[in-house]
Design a protein around this ligand. Structure first.
Ligand SMILES: [Zn+2]
Length: 423
């Protein structure tokens, strides 16, 4: 049968009925219950966001964040079977993480699934029974190598030890990819808003992509189509979760222009490299270094907005200067920042961290939520002046004046001086 409710995939596969997910399936008690914050994984239950069996879903949205749209293209063009199931053989974590006490606290972790890396192991029985359950976290090992680290060795700030930092400049790391998994009641509580208002705005601001947000109050976990998070760990990860383990940490929000291409309008890559240097140092002292890299381009306003703001800053009367830095962003975006650091500490709790000995950040927007979430910060490390690129002075002055942690705060006259390059 073909018709408006039958759909044929791109090439050769059998027609599939369109199944709306906006209301429970008939006889719909099939989905496994989720008890968010339960310490026991069997009681917590797996997050099931399969696109293959609507009745089995106990979450809204699906895996892979925005990459789900590429999966749709692959299926539509006949290159991927809609019913493909991953073969998880040999994919288990290269290093174990947890469990830690915060995993059993529904208020401490609301934006990722603490059991997300252990899915094939914890829910083997359900997988064997045919349920499509997927990991939302993967953990592997790698070597990284950055020219800034070679500079640090030449300058005598770092020395190869053959374990963390090798003679050829390679650094041994454990790297972790984490997809967002939102416990909606917990997200709403974190922002002090009503869950219904949260769900309605998520529905409306995605152009109605996820009707279940407004029609299925029984589904309370949402896999949002936003960027993921990467964690790079330096040193012996088995020491995580032990109170005596000293931790160096940088929480870094993505800046493709600087991080990857070395653009000099901001301090992002130099600060990231400085953070990695601090992490290597801590690992060499027997502690653990933690870099969290959030896909939140341009303060989560996106790169198009970011580049529009650059033009507005450089074309404005009086030139690019610190006193106008945040205002130019607000003119274009309506706000100065949408990173919502309220959710950021979750990953630290997932890693079993209760104290950060060296926080490589000047940002109060990061410091405040970390300490408010119950993690002690012993020392805050600003970026050394000599690492700040020339065109980034505007950003640096503006941030210091706005309350970033800094030994010296620029005055009004200083902020009015045009320091950025013109277009
Ligand atoms: Zn940047």
């Amino acid at each position: 049968m073909t018709g408006p409710n039958r759909l044929r995939d791109g090439k050769g596969t059998a027609p599939r009925p369109i199944i709306l997910t906006s209301h429970p399936q008939r006889g719909g008690a099939k989905a496994l219950p989720l008890h968010w914050g339960a310490a026991e994984p069997a009681r917590r239950g797996p997050v099931i966001a399969t696109t293959q069996d609507p009745a089995a879903r106990n979450a809204i949205g699906t895996h892979a964040g925005s990459y789900a749209l590429y999966r749709a293209l692959a299926v539509a063009s006949g290159q991927l079977r809609a019913d493909h199931r991953p073969d998880f053989r040999d994919t288990r974590p290269a290093q174990p993480i947890g469990p830690f006490p915060a995993w059993g606290d529904p208020a401490k972790i609301v934006s990722l699934d603490p059991f997300g890396h252990m899915v094939p192991e914890l829910y083997a029985e359900q997988l064997a029974a045919g349920l499509d359950i997927r990991p939302s976290i993967a953990i592997t090992r790698a070597h990284i190598n950055m020219p800034e680290l070679a500079d640090a060795v030449r300058a005598g700030r770092l020395a190869p030890d053959g374990a963390v930092l090798l003679g050829n400049g390679d650094v041994r790391v454990t790297k972790i990819a984490i997809e967002p998994v939102w416990w909606l009641p917990g997200i709403a509580a974190r922002f002090g808003i009503d869950e219904t208002a949260l769900r309605r705005n998520l529905f409306e601001q995605t152009g109605g992509m996820f009707p279940e947000l407004v029609t299925r109050p029984d589904l309370r976990v949402f896999l949002p189509p936003i960027g993921s998070m990467s964690v790079y760990l330096f040193g012996d990860t088995a020491k995580l979760g032990q109170a005596e383990t000293r931790i160096a940490c940088r929480i870094h929000d993505e800046c493709n222009g600087s991080d990857v291409f070395g653009s000099d309008i901001c301090t992002c890559r130099p600060y990231l490299a400085h953070g990695i240097e601090a992490c290597i140092g801590m690992a060499q002292e027997g502690g653990v270094g933690v870099i969290v890299y959030n896909r939140k381009e341009g303060r989560a306003l996106g790169e198009v907005t970011k580049f529009l703001v650059y033009n507005a800053r450089k074309r404005q009367e009086g030139g690019d200067r610190a006193e106008q830095y945040f205002q130019r962003t607000e003119c274009v975006a309506g706000v100065q920042d949408m990173r919502f650091q309220e959710l950021m500490p979750d990953v630290l709790h997932w890693l079993g961290i209760t104290r950060i000995d060296r926080l490589v950040s000047m940002s109060n927007m990061k410091f405040a939520p970390i300490t408010a979430s119950g993690i002690d910060v012993v020392e805050r490390i600003p970026i050394p002046d000599e690492l700040i690129p020339a065109d980034a002075r505007v950003e640096m002055d503006a941030k210091k004046a706005a309350g970033y942690f800094s030994p010296a705060v620029p005055d009004a006259a200083e902020l009015a001086v045009a320091k950025g390059r013109a277009l």
